[in-house]
Design a protein around this ligand. Structure first.
Ligand SMILES: [Zn+2]
Length: 276
Protein backbone atom coordinates (compact mmCIF):
# COMPACT_ATOMS: atom_id res chain seq x y z
CA UNK A 1 0.00 0.00 0.00
CA UNK A 2 1.21 3.50 -0.80
CA UNK A 3 1.58 5.95 2.14
CA UNK A 4 1.66 9.64 1.34
CA UNK A 5 4.89 11.34 2.49
CA UNK A 6 2.88 13.94 4.44
CA UNK A 7 1.54 11.19 6.69
CA UNK A 8 4.89 9.72 7.73
CA UNK A 9 5.17 11.89 10.85
CA UNK A 10 1.54 11.41 11.86
CA UNK A 11 0.76 9.75 15.12
CA UNK A 12 -2.38 7.94 16.19
CA UNK A 13 -3.46 10.85 18.36
CA UNK A 14 -3.40 13.14 15.28
CA UNK A 15 -5.98 10.99 13.55
CA UNK A 16 -7.96 9.48 16.41
CA UNK A 17 -9.81 12.40 17.99
CA UNK A 18 -12.51 12.26 20.63
CA UNK A 19 -12.97 8.53 20.16
CA UNK A 20 -13.30 8.65 16.34
CA UNK A 21 -10.94 8.12 13.45
CA UNK A 22 -10.56 11.24 11.29
CA UNK A 23 -9.39 9.44 8.15
CA UNK A 24 -10.07 12.63 6.11
CA UNK A 25 -7.11 14.33 7.80
CA UNK A 26 -4.76 11.86 6.09
CA UNK A 27 -3.30 12.41 2.65
CA UNK A 28 -3.17 8.67 2.23
CA UNK A 29 -6.26 7.00 0.88
CA UNK A 30 -6.80 4.02 3.19
CA UNK A 31 -8.44 0.88 1.75
CA UNK A 32 -11.85 0.11 3.20
CA UNK A 33 -10.61 -3.12 4.79
CA UNK A 34 -7.95 -1.26 6.81
CA UNK A 35 -10.47 1.37 7.90
CA UNK A 36 -12.79 -1.39 9.08
CA UNK A 37 -9.95 -3.05 10.99
CA UNK A 38 -8.96 0.23 12.65
CA UNK A 39 -12.58 0.93 13.56
CA UNK A 40 -12.85 -2.42 15.29
CA UNK A 41 -9.62 -1.90 17.26
CA UNK A 42 -9.52 -0.56 20.81
CA UNK A 43 -7.41 2.57 21.01
CA UNK A 44 -5.75 3.72 24.20
CA UNK A 45 -4.04 7.12 24.04
CA UNK A 46 -1.09 7.70 26.32
CA UNK A 47 1.08 10.83 25.83
CA UNK A 48 4.12 9.09 27.36
CA UNK A 49 4.20 6.05 25.09
CA UNK A 50 5.19 5.83 21.44
CA UNK A 51 2.60 4.36 19.10
CA UNK A 52 2.71 0.61 19.33
CA UNK A 53 0.58 -2.47 19.30
CA UNK A 54 -0.26 -3.53 22.78
CA UNK A 55 -2.70 -5.82 24.53
CA UNK A 56 -4.73 -5.65 27.70
CA UNK A 57 -3.56 -8.95 29.21
CA UNK A 58 -1.18 -7.21 31.60
CA UNK A 59 -0.42 -3.76 32.80
CA UNK A 60 2.70 -3.10 30.73
CA UNK A 61 1.04 -4.29 27.54
CA UNK A 62 3.90 -6.63 26.64
CA UNK A 63 2.74 -10.08 25.64
CA UNK A 64 4.23 -13.17 27.25
CA UNK A 65 3.04 -16.77 27.00
CA UNK A 66 2.37 -16.72 30.74
CA UNK A 67 0.13 -13.66 30.47
CA UNK A 68 -1.59 -15.18 27.45
CA UNK A 69 -2.33 -18.32 29.43
CA UNK A 70 -3.83 -16.31 32.29
CA UNK A 71 -5.81 -14.12 29.91
CA UNK A 72 -7.31 -17.13 28.13
CA UNK A 73 -8.26 -18.64 31.50
CA UNK A 74 -9.29 -15.34 33.07
CA UNK A 75 -12.86 -16.44 33.73
CA UNK A 76 -11.91 -19.58 35.61
CA UNK A 77 -9.15 -17.75 37.48
CA UNK A 78 -11.22 -14.73 38.43
CA UNK A 79 -12.66 -16.47 41.48
CA UNK A 80 -9.26 -17.76 42.49
CA UNK A 81 -7.32 -15.46 44.79
CA UNK A 82 -3.99 -17.00 43.81
CA UNK A 83 -4.05 -15.17 40.48
CA UNK A 84 -4.04 -11.75 42.12
CA UNK A 85 -2.48 -12.26 45.55
CA UNK A 86 1.24 -12.49 46.08
CA UNK A 87 2.19 -15.09 48.66
CA UNK A 88 5.89 -14.28 48.65
CA UNK A 89 5.70 -13.01 52.25
CA UNK A 90 5.23 -16.62 53.23
CA UNK A 91 8.94 -17.35 52.60
CA UNK A 92 9.83 -14.90 55.39
CA UNK A 93 7.90 -16.82 58.04
CA UNK A 94 10.06 -18.20 60.86
CA UNK A 95 9.03 -21.77 60.05
CA UNK A 96 10.76 -24.90 58.70
CA UNK A 97 11.29 -24.86 54.95
CA UNK A 98 9.21 -28.00 54.43
CA UNK A 99 6.19 -26.30 56.05
CA UNK A 100 6.64 -23.17 53.98
CA UNK A 101 6.89 -25.25 50.83
CA UNK A 102 3.75 -27.15 51.81
CA UNK A 103 1.82 -23.91 52.41
CA UNK A 104 3.09 -22.45 49.17
CA UNK A 105 1.91 -25.54 47.30
CA UNK A 106 -1.45 -25.42 49.08
CA UNK A 107 -1.99 -21.73 48.37
CA UNK A 108 -1.37 -22.36 44.69
CA UNK A 109 -3.84 -25.23 44.75
CA UNK A 110 -1.15 -27.66 43.67
CA UNK A 111 -1.36 -30.30 46.36
CA UNK A 112 -1.80 -33.78 44.86
CA UNK A 113 -5.26 -34.23 46.35
CA UNK A 114 -7.48 -36.91 44.85
CA UNK A 115 -9.58 -34.15 43.26
CA UNK A 116 -6.45 -32.78 41.59
CA UNK A 117 -5.19 -36.24 40.56
CA UNK A 118 -8.54 -37.22 39.03
CA UNK A 119 -8.81 -33.83 37.31
CA UNK A 120 -5.47 -34.60 35.66
CA UNK A 121 -6.61 -38.09 34.65
CA UNK A 122 -4.14 -39.88 36.93
CA UNK A 123 -6.83 -41.61 39.00
CA UNK A 124 -10.56 -42.11 38.46
CA UNK A 125 -11.93 -41.62 41.94
CA UNK A 126 -11.82 -38.21 43.63
CA UNK A 127 -13.45 -39.22 46.92
CA UNK A 128 -11.75 -38.40 50.21
CA UNK A 129 -10.16 -41.66 51.48
CA UNK A 130 -10.98 -40.74 55.08
CA UNK A 131 -14.70 -39.96 54.98
CA UNK A 132 -15.55 -41.42 51.54
CA UNK A 133 -18.33 -38.82 51.25
CA UNK A 134 -16.90 -35.68 49.68
CA UNK A 135 -14.39 -34.96 46.96
CA UNK A 136 -10.91 -34.55 48.39
CA UNK A 137 -10.22 -30.94 47.47
CA UNK A 138 -7.45 -28.97 49.18
CA UNK A 139 -9.93 -27.33 51.50
CA UNK A 140 -11.69 -30.58 52.31
CA UNK A 141 -8.40 -32.33 52.95
CA UNK A 142 -7.07 -29.67 55.32
CA UNK A 143 -10.15 -28.13 56.91
CA UNK A 144 -13.56 -29.52 56.10
CA UNK A 145 -13.31 -33.30 56.38
CA UNK A 146 -14.92 -34.43 59.64
CA UNK A 147 -11.77 -36.33 60.54
CA UNK A 148 -9.72 -33.17 60.15
CA UNK A 149 -12.26 -31.01 61.98
CA UNK A 150 -11.70 -33.01 65.14
CA UNK A 151 -8.00 -32.08 65.00
CA UNK A 152 -8.78 -28.38 64.46
CA UNK A 153 -11.23 -28.50 67.34
CA UNK A 154 -8.73 -30.20 69.62
CA UNK A 155 -6.27 -27.33 69.19
CA UNK A 156 -8.88 -24.66 69.80
CA UNK A 157 -10.41 -23.88 66.40
CA UNK A 158 -14.07 -24.17 67.30
CA UNK A 159 -15.24 -20.88 65.75
CA UNK A 160 -17.71 -21.76 62.98
CA UNK A 161 -16.53 -18.80 60.89
CA UNK A 162 -13.27 -20.65 60.47
CA UNK A 163 -15.07 -23.55 58.78
CA UNK A 164 -17.22 -21.40 56.54
CA UNK A 165 -16.51 -20.02 53.10
CA UNK A 166 -15.08 -21.89 50.17
CA UNK A 167 -11.94 -19.87 49.89
CA UNK A 168 -9.00 -21.41 51.68
CA UNK A 169 -7.05 -18.20 51.20
CA UNK A 170 -9.26 -16.25 53.58
CA UNK A 171 -9.38 -18.58 56.53
CA UNK A 172 -6.28 -17.15 58.18
CA UNK A 173 -4.74 -20.48 59.03
CA UNK A 174 -1.30 -19.01 59.18
CA UNK A 175 -2.04 -15.98 61.30
CA UNK A 176 -4.34 -17.71 63.74
CA UNK A 177 -2.69 -18.04 67.15
CA UNK A 178 -3.80 -21.20 68.84
CA UNK A 179 -4.58 -20.79 72.54
CA UNK A 180 -2.38 -23.77 73.36
CA UNK A 181 0.70 -22.54 71.49
CA UNK A 182 3.93 -22.27 73.44
CA UNK A 183 6.97 -20.41 72.29
CA UNK A 184 10.45 -21.66 73.09
CA UNK A 185 13.03 -19.17 71.91
CA UNK A 186 16.51 -17.80 72.36
CA UNK A 187 15.89 -14.84 74.60
CA UNK A 188 18.15 -13.38 77.25
CA UNK A 189 15.40 -10.87 78.02
CA UNK A 190 17.51 -7.99 76.81
CA UNK A 191 20.43 -8.88 79.12
CA UNK A 192 23.86 -10.34 78.49
CA UNK A 193 23.19 -13.71 80.13
CA UNK A 194 23.75 -17.04 78.43
CA UNK A 195 20.76 -19.06 77.31
CA UNK A 196 20.25 -22.75 77.93
CA UNK A 197 17.56 -24.54 75.93
CA UNK A 198 16.85 -28.11 76.92
CA UNK A 199 14.44 -30.83 75.88
CA UNK A 200 13.72 -34.40 76.82
CA UNK A 201 12.21 -37.05 74.60
CA UNK A 202 10.55 -40.30 75.49
CA UNK A 203 7.97 -42.69 74.11
CA UNK A 204 6.68 -42.44 77.72
CA UNK A 205 7.41 -44.89 79.09
CA UNK A 206 10.11 -46.14 76.76
CA UNK A 207 13.53 -45.40 75.32
CA UNK A 208 14.32 -41.85 76.42
CA UNK A 209 16.96 -39.22 75.94
CA UNK A 210 17.71 -35.56 76.42
CA UNK A 211 19.64 -32.78 74.81
CA UNK A 212 20.26 -29.09 74.93
CA UNK A 213 22.18 -26.09 73.69
CA UNK A 214 23.85 -23.12 75.29
CA UNK A 215 23.83 -19.91 73.28
CA UNK A 216 25.09 -16.46 74.18
CA UNK A 217 22.76 -13.45 74.35
CA UNK A 218 23.25 -12.82 70.61
CA UNK A 219 22.18 -16.36 69.78
CA UNK A 220 25.69 -17.63 68.93
CA UNK A 221 26.26 -21.32 69.75
CA UNK A 222 28.48 -21.99 72.78
CA UNK A 223 28.04 -25.62 73.73
CA UNK A 224 25.73 -28.57 73.19
CA UNK A 225 25.01 -31.81 74.98
CA UNK A 226 22.86 -34.90 74.74
CA UNK A 227 22.45 -38.23 76.48
CA UNK A 228 20.64 -41.53 76.53
CA UNK A 229 18.57 -42.56 79.56
CA UNK A 230 17.44 -46.03 78.53
CA UNK A 231 13.86 -46.88 79.45
CA UNK A 232 12.15 -44.21 81.55
CA UNK A 233 9.36 -41.63 81.31
CA UNK A 234 9.12 -38.15 79.80
CA UNK A 235 9.23 -36.26 83.09
CA UNK A 236 12.50 -37.95 84.04
CA UNK A 237 13.90 -37.09 80.61
CA UNK A 238 12.82 -33.44 80.91
CA UNK A 239 14.29 -33.13 84.42
CA UNK A 240 17.55 -34.79 83.37
CA UNK A 241 17.77 -32.37 80.43
CA UNK A 242 17.59 -29.44 82.84
CA UNK A 243 20.00 -31.04 85.34
CA UNK A 244 22.63 -31.91 82.70
CA UNK A 245 22.27 -28.48 81.13
CA UNK A 246 22.82 -26.70 84.46
CA UNK A 247 25.75 -29.01 85.25
CA UNK A 248 27.39 -28.17 81.94
CA UNK A 249 26.83 -24.44 82.51
CA UNK A 250 28.43 -24.75 85.95
CA UNK A 251 31.45 -26.56 84.49
CA UNK A 252 31.79 -23.78 81.91
CA UNK A 253 31.69 -21.24 84.73
CA UNK A 254 28.52 -19.66 83.39
CA UNK A 255 26.77 -17.97 86.28
CA UNK A 256 24.35 -15.68 84.46
CA UNK A 257 22.01 -18.08 82.70
CA UNK A 258 18.44 -18.28 81.41
CA UNK A 259 17.20 -21.84 81.24
CA UNK A 260 14.30 -22.67 78.91
CA UNK A 261 12.33 -25.88 79.05
CA UNK A 262 9.01 -26.69 77.41
CA UNK A 263 7.98 -29.03 80.25
CA UNK A 264 5.48 -27.23 82.46
CA UNK A 265 5.66 -30.01 85.04
CA UNK A 266 9.46 -29.99 85.26
CA UNK A 267 9.50 -26.21 85.73
CA UNK A 268 6.76 -26.46 88.34
CA UNK A 269 8.69 -29.11 90.26
CA UNK A 270 11.85 -27.00 90.28
CA UNK A 271 10.36 -23.59 91.00
CA UNK A 272 7.55 -24.41 93.42
CA UNK A 273 7.54 -26.12 96.83
CA UNK A 274 7.07 -29.87 96.50
CA UNK A 275 4.78 -31.70 98.85
CA UNK A 276 6.49 -35.02 99.68
ZN1 LIG B 1 -13.21 -36.44 54.03
Amino acid sequence: MFVDIHDLEMRVRDVYIDGNWQFNSLYTNLPQAIKAKLNSSTISLNPYVNDCYTWKGNLNGIYTARDGYYWLNRNSFSANATSVVSWSWLWHLPAPEKLKFFLWTMLHNSLPTREMLSHRGIINDNLCPRCNIHAETTLHCLRDCNFVKTIWNSIGFSDQDFFQGDDSYNCNIIHHETPTSKLVKWNALGGTGMILNVDGSSSNPGISGFGGLIHNADGAWVHGFFGNLGVTNILHAELMAIYKGLLLAWELNIKDLWCYSDSEMAIKLITEPVDV
